[in-house]
Design a protein around this ligand. Structure first.
Ligand code: ZN
Length: 454
């Protein structure tokens, strides 16, 4: 049973991007024509330009989707749907591992070993935690290698050799050992002190840790696997920085990251908190997209930045984590009352009960997946609209959405999207861009812009 919090945090902090544009004169044309009193008529629309009067957002969306070769679409669907299965497989596997650690009394022996080394109870916790992380990492290694390396290669999504992949895996393993030991030492210290109310302290410590982790990630953690550099001199750079200045985003907060070390995926993200917040666009985006597309993606990311989505997510996730800890408290006491003696697990402040705590917490977070996904998906919709309003390149948006379709199913059922999607599906993003376009057809920049397929 691995603590999935770090993964969850990573997902939270990585907002995928889209987007396009050059600054253009986007002033709509209004003419106020006074008539004889008492009525006045306000003309707000020009005649539609030839060729766009029959613009149909749904048709345009379908025409964009039709540009994806059937073979590519089948491959992406298989990749993404396989991900649903893996979420269940990971959970079941983790529950089985937790069950074995408890029933075979491996966990209680790990605790007793820690007690034999030192009588200081606070120190017994990290000794237990390190054993726990090592054992669970080793037994889940085949799954990790399959999911992280072979599967990504099978679908043509990874650029890494096994050595490179394993090196990064090792780095996150070390970070996990340090972070996990630290947080657990604090939570168990609180549990020993306050007993019944431990879950409130546990949730508080976890959320505080999450805040610190998000704040230091751009400075201390992300540079361990990638290089972040200032944007290279170019016309696109000037357009990006101009757009950033217009949104009160300091230029020093926009970076280029060498994500091509890991994959061909096009993306950008907003990370950090307090003084470390920054936008990073990846080099795949820079290399594979037109300047309009790059700008539309950046418009989306600027939306996350300006609307403080990191802060909002922490707040909501914090509430969900509180509920999760309460659920763990409830489950832990019930289960140890029945099985505690068989497992040789004592009260809540006994580290030997950790596999049970994490098992119950994982079940809770798994059940909360549609909720947490809907939370982030809603922010992604907001960022899409922000980007469209700012950059005004709906067709560039649609083209980037097609590229994101290389690793995310384009046209899922509504239920699938609700449960599994932390971003809107490609189809819905294109549809949103085309609907936006349909309502701006008379604006000179849109009229002069690219014609959507129909
Ligand atoms: Zn996003």
């Amino acid at each position: 049973m691995r603590f999935r919090l770090l993964t969850l945090l990573a997902a939270l902090v990585l907002g995928l991007g889209f987007g396009p544009v050059q600054a253009q004169d986007a002033t709509p044309s209004y003419s106020i024509v006074p008539h004889s009193a008492p009525t006045s008529k306000i003309e707000v629309a020009q005649l539609p330009a030839a060729g766009v009067s029959n613009f149909d957002p749904v048709k345009a969306t379908n025409a964009y989707l039709a540009q994806i070769p059937a073979k590519d679409r089948a491959r992406t669907d298989a990749y993404f749907e396989g991900g649903y299965v893996l979420q269940v497989v990971d959970l079941v596997y983790a529950l089985v591992v937790a069950g074995l650690l408890l029933w075979l009394k491996i966990s209680s022996r790990m605790r007793s070993w820690a007690e034999s080394i030192t009588s200081r109870r606070w120190l017994q916790v990290p000794i237990y935690a390190v054993q726990y992380i090592v054992i669970t990492t080793v037994v889940t290694l085949p799954l990790s290698i399959h999911e992280g390396f072979f599967r990504e290669h099978h679908y043509g999504l990874s650029n890494q050799t096994f050595g490179q992949w394993f090196g990064e895996f090792g780095i996150s393993f070390l970070i996990e050992i340090i972070a996990f030991s630290l947080v657990l030492t604090l939570i168990y210290a609180a549990a020993r002190k306050v007993q019944r109310k431990w879950w409130m302290w546990g949730a508080g410590i976890t959320v505080a840790f999450m805040v610190v982790a998000i704040a230091i990630a751009p400075v201390f953690i992300e540079p361990l696997s990638n290089k972040y550099t200032p944007l290279p001199e170019s016309a696109t750079r000037n357009a990006i920085l101009s757009l950033a200045r217009s949104q009160e985003i300091p230029a020093k907060d926009v970076y280029l990251v060498d994500a091509s070390r890991q994959s061909k995926r096009v993306s950008a993200n907003v990370a950090g908190l307090f003084g470390t917040t920054r936008i990073a666009l990846n080099d795949n985006l820079m290399n594979r997209c037109t300047p309009s597309e790059v700008l539309q993606v950046l418009g989306h990311e600027m939306g996350h930045y300006v609307m403080n989505h990191v802060g909002t997510s922490i707040t909501w996730l914090g509430l969900i984590i509180c509920l999760g800890f309460w659920f763990v408290d409830w489950g832990y006491h019930r289960l140890t009352r029945i099985f505690g003696a068989k497992w040789d697990v004592r009260g809540i402040d006994d580290p030997a009960g950790l596999p049970l705590i994490l098992a119950v917490f994982s079940v809770f977070m798994f059940l909360a997946t549609p909720l947490t996904n809907t939370m982030t998906r809603t922010q992604e919709i907001q960022a899409d609209l922000f980007g469209l309003n700012l950059v005004r390149q709906p067709d560039a948006e649609a083209k980037v959405d097609l590229m994101l379709g290389e690793y995310r199913k384009m046209d899922p059922s509504p239920l699938e999207e609700f449960v599994f999607f932390d971003h809107p599906s490609g189809k819905n993003r294109i549809l949103m861009a085309m609907r936006w376009k349909a309502e701006h057809l008379n604006d000179p920049d849109i009229m002069a812009g690219p014609i959507s397929p129909q």
